[in-house]
Design a binder for this molecule. Sequence first.
Ligand SMILES: *[C@@H]1O[C@H](CO)[C@@H](O)[C@H](O)[C@H]1NC(C)=O
Ligand SMILES: *[C@@H]1O[C@H](CO)[C@@H](O)[C@H](O)[C@H]1NC(C)=O
Ligand SMILES: *[C@@H]1O[C@H](CO)[C@@H](O)[C@H](O)[C@H]1NC(C)=O
Length: 343
Amino acid sequence: MRWLTCTLLVNTLILITKTGAIAQIDPVHRLLTSISIGTRRPDLVLYTRVPKTGSSSFQRHLDALASKLNYTAFHFSTPPWIYCSSGFTPCRRKDRPFLPYELDRHRKRILAMANGTHAVVDFHFAYLRFVANTAPIHINIVREPISRLISHYNYMRFGSERKSENRRDYIREYGALSIQECIDLYFTCQCVGDCRSEQSSTCTQGRCLDLYSGFNSQMMYFCPVGTAVCADKNASALVEALRMLHEYEAVGITESPQESMRLFEAVLPRYFKGLSELEQKHVRQSSTKAELSKQLLDQLMDLNSLDVQFYEHAVKLLSERLQAAEASPWRQQLQGLMNPQYR
Ligand SMILES: *[C@@H]1O[C@H](CO)[C@@H](O)[C@H](O)[C@H]1NC(C)=O
Ligand SMILES: *[C@@H]1O[C@H](CO)[C@@H](O)[C@H](O)[C@H]1NC(C)=O
Ligand SMILES: *[C@@H]1O[C@H](CO)[C@@H](O)[C@H](O)[C@H]1NC(C)=O
């Protein structure tokens, strides 16, 4: 607690007590409380980014801000020290789950990245739980899930930015059908759920599993890795992912860059001051929804209805939080707690 002066802490706690039930929704107040009572570390931000949500431009912004605001930005694709047996995070459900000791090692490595400095660490991974007094600040960005799936589908197989051997491996495993052919096959086979029954997997041979299964689901990135409830993409996992969504200090929306950047700035100025002035680029899209038929889009929506619900909730949460954060009377106090130099 060396970054606190006693006075500041006392003032903060008085403020918090006085206001009691004030908008649970105010993320500034919430973070201030968490740091004051020691359930969040102010020196570490964890960005377990979801693939194909526009995170590479966000990483560039982090680099630009890190030098200005005196922190370190660490970027990894998947965590280099731990991976599922076939390299997917979150693990494909048929892969073995992470073992507790692997997750522990993973947590330790992350925590060590902010040792005496402030740091933002990003990589593709599902929500990782920490014990309360070591928990970093969690942030993320979500994208309209059908656009994301289409973009991911084409990128993994045909993305020219990807190494050709990686594309080849992916095609070997998941095929190179068009999205229309893939979905037609899915319905011809009358797959149920993840299409994993023996009969149906013979039928589809795992083709285009990534259009509807749990391992490529955006919502599943919010469901805590290693927990039983997150072993399958189903209604219980959605409930858990929604609960976790609220545990993130800030979650942006790819389709609303301005609002997202303003939320990051309002809640986490220590890391994001000046973010909304940086140039915002659109997500590179190798293919768009406009090229697909309405019927196909509806089928994709049906197959991914949990993800659609998750996204709609995240959109609503962003606007509620932004409103509360920008009007929050606690911004000064939070800033003081986060960065001793600003006091
Ligand atoms: C943090 O840094 C100190 C001093 O450089 C070192 O002694 C300590 O082992 C480090 N802690 C971790 C977790 O890396
Ligand atoms: C930047 O952060 C480091 C580590 O926290 C600190 O030692 C240094 O004084 C800071 N530099 C400036 C210019 O604030
Ligand atoms: C969802 O899957 C989990 C893990 O397999 C299971 O425990 C849970 O009961 C399922 N929930 C529903 C609503 O099917």
